[in-house]
Design a protein around this ligand. Structure first.
Ligand SMILES: [Zn+2]
Length: 225
């Protein structure tokens, strides 16, 4: 009797221990990230920093047309792959224009374009993105400083929020901290930590708090819910 029930117990034990499949976030540097869902739907945001772009994309999201965000040529698209970008941010062929306030689904992803602006970034030409992938909500702030519209994200239950921290084109880590307090994401992460380099550990470290996760170029994070 005991022997017969053992395989059952082992199976139950495994199913309890195995984590549910989670989408991954890989950081390349500057504002460039790759997101891969549990079903291998591949998304790149703001391709620019060197990294492994070998996986063809289902979706490429560009926040604005500055040269350190819009190198869509680094990415090869799958046959049905889509590039989403504000008007004028990438060459006009083969991309879907987006503006603040747009919300739509592509494949298994829900996309919402949100406000991103400061003295170096015109509001009409820039967006941030809120993505829902595998029920995980990821906010990529784009290039921005603190804007009051960030508070509108708080009720949405953002899981992971990426904030620029270079303190030159965008806000610094201390201001990003105030953004994190507005957005109230479970986890806040520093990107775009240098105006010149791909990454500046010192500036990134100025985003502090119990919700902050370290993120260095080349690192891949399983985005657990
Ligand atoms: Zn910019």
């Amino acid at each position: 009797m005991l022997l017969h029930s053992l395989p059952f117990l082992v199976l139950v034990g495994l199913s309890v221990l195995a984590a549910p499949p989670a989408p991954t976030l890989t950081y390349f540097g500057r504002a460039s990230v790759k997101v891969v869902t549990a079903d291998s739907y591949v998304i790149y945001i703001d391709p620019y920093a060197p990294g492994d772009y070998s996986q063809p994309a289902d979706l490429v999201l560009v926040t604005h047309g500055h040269g350190d965000h819009n190198k869509v040529g680094l990415v090869s698209l799958k046959p049905n792959g889509v590039v989403v970008a504000p008007v004028g941010a990438v060459p006009p062929a083969n991309h879907r224009p987006v503006k603040e306030g747009d919300a739509f689904s592509i494949g298994p992803v829900q996309v919402r374009a949100v406000a991103a602006y400061n003295k170096n970034h015109r509001r009409a030409e820039c967006v941030g993105y809120l993505l829902t992938v595998d029920k995980v909500k990821l906010y990529h702030a784009g290039d921005t400083s603190l804007v009051p519209e960030m508070a509108e994200l708080a009720p949405l239950g953002v899981d992971y929020a990426l904030f620029p921290t270079d303190g030159f084109y965008n806000m610094d880590g201390a201001e990003a901290r105030r953004c994190a307090d507005l957005v109230k994401a479970r986890h806040a992460l520093a990107i775009h930590s240098s105006p010149k380099e791909m990454y500046d550990a010192g500036r990134a470290a100025l985003l502090q708090g119990p919700d902050v996760l370290p993120l260095a170029p080349g690192q891949t994070l399983a985005m657990a819910r």
